[in-house]
Design a binder for this molecule. Structure first.
Ligand SMILES: Cc1ncc(COP(=O)(O)O)c(C=O)c1O
Length: 440
């Protein structure tokens, strides 16, 4: 099927799956198996030497998992894709694959806290330096930074960032990075391909925590790595890992075996295969179901989020609000130009009160779930500086623009008036609003 002929909403229903391959089962089957029979010894040898495509063991490939990654690949407009067991696995495998021989990754400081934890704790252990710097987000500064260093193996940033909902100018950033032959990796978890597709803005690799809005029901942990198939940045002198023979390839290199897909192939062969973190077929199936309603969910989350952002901005209980569709938004020009389908479901605000009042506010909410996930059909709330981003140092929090009073909201699909009333009554319970004031 030539998937790109269809519109986004058609692709989210049918891309990557043909019922004729599965006895005309309209819903993709869950291949609940650890291993796959070899027809004979020749078949085994062909699979092990990549002479023939097929499945042998679910840690490195399973048809249900492929249906899931193929569908996201079509939605993203990517060339190659692999699904993995979590967003963290997608990020880690990607950056290890880029910096397998050491080097530096320049990263935006506006990131999920777990990502920063991995940068502080995991990557230095394996000889990869990750530098968090706001210069990644400023093309002129990035140009200076790249001109001064020749060991940068990749740029890493989030499109709509967690928890601030910042959307930097990825077109401009990628242009500078490419001038120095450096690929750009974008975590597009918060945005989802419904509202933003980084590959169309110059990014080379997209990673997802598919745990979040992409699948949208808060019932799986999953991740994906996708690329645009432009592999000429990976030159032999700078990225020898793609050109060196690997024992598992019987003396061949990833580039020899898959010249058009050696980045994701190596990530699969070396990291998914050897570190594990495989996506279960059952979770891939739930992911496929979630994708089927991606547009409808994110469109409603965006419209609910805008109303909540406007309510919060008008509330005396609130110091500031960060949401891409507000006129006060830091990257308004980029958002106005590129977020044509809505601002997404994530917003953050500064609560105007003491820590005790913040606790009273959170403890008195009735509809919002107080937890650390994002992108669910349910509305979620969390005090990021004390939870998801609590392991950041004070300097990292400052660099990441996360003040102590930040509260993050992931807006769900409930009736927005009920959500606003819930916030309002919790502000009142915390003594932040007069008891007789009414919700906007
Ligand atoms: C933006 C972002 N990227 C990556 C992750 C990690 O994903 P996972 O929890 O699926 O490992 C998260 C988790 O909160 C996230 O918010």
């Amino acid at each position: 099927m030539a998937d790109r002929e269809y519109g986004f909403d058609t692709l989210k229903i049918l891309a990557g799956y043909d019922s004729a391959d599965n006895k005309y089962s309209v819903s993709p089957p869950i291949y609940h198996t650890a291993a796959f029979d070899f027809r004979d010894t020749e078949h085994a040898e062909n699979l092990f030497t990549y002479k023939e495509a097929g499945y042998l063991y679910t840690r490195v490939g399973n048809p249900t998992v492929t249906y899931f990654s193929e569908r996201v690949k079509a939605l993203e407009g990517a060339k190659n894709a692999v699904a993995v067991g979590s967003g963290m696995a997608a990020i880690t495998f990607t950056l290890l694959n880029l910096a397998a021989k050491g080097g530096t990754i320049l990263a935006s400081p506006y990131l999920y806290g777990g990502t920063i934890d991995s940068f502080d704790r995991l990557f230095p252990e394996v000889g990869v330096k990750i530098k968090l710097t706001r210069s990644v987000l400023d093309p002129a500064e990035l140009d200076k930074e790249l001109a001064e260093s020749d060991d940068v193996k990749g740029i890493y940033l989030e499109s709509i960032s967690n928890p601030n909902a910042y959307l930097p100018d990825i077109d401009a950033i990628s242009k500078v990075a490419h001038k120095y032959g450096v690929p750009v990796v974008v975590d597009n978890t918060v945005a989802t391909p419904y509202i933003y597709r980084p590959l169309e803005h110059g990014a080379d690799i997209v990673v997802y925590s598919a745990t979040k809005g992409l699948t949208g029901h808060g019932n799986i942990i999953a991740g994906l790595i996708l690329d645009n198939g432009k592999l000429d940045y990976y030159t032999e002198d700078k990225y020898p890992q793609f050109y060196e023979p690997i024992v598992m390839l019987k003396g061949k290199s990833p580039k020899d075996v898959f010249p058009d897909n050696f980045f994701i192939f190596r990530a699969t062969l070396v990291y998914l295969n050897l570190l594990g973190a495989a996506l279960s077929p059952n979770d891939a199936y739930l992911g496929i179901l979630g994708l089927e309603t991606l547009s409808e969910r994110v469109a409603k989350q965006s419209s609910n989020a805008l109303k909540i952002a406007e309510y919060l901005e008008s509330s005396p209980a609130v110091e500031w609000v960060r949401y891409p569709k507000l006129s006060s938004y830091k990257y308004k020009e980029v958002a106005d130009k590129h977020l044509t389908r809505g601002g997404g479901g994530l917003l953050s605000f500064g609560i105007k009160g003491s820590k005790e009042q913040e606790a009273l506010f959170l403890n008195n909410l009735k509809l919002f779930h107080y937890l650390v996930n994002l992108g669910d059909v349910r509305s979620l709330i969390v005090n990021s500086p004390d939870t998801t981003h609590s392991e950041l140092t004070d300097e990292e929090k400052e660099l990441a623009d996360i003040p102590a009073n930040l509260i993050r909201i992931s807006v769900g699909l409930e009736d927005v008036n009920d959500l606003i009333k819930d916030l309002d009554q919790a502000f009142k319970a915390a003594g932040l609003l007069d008891a007789d004031s009414s919700a906007a």
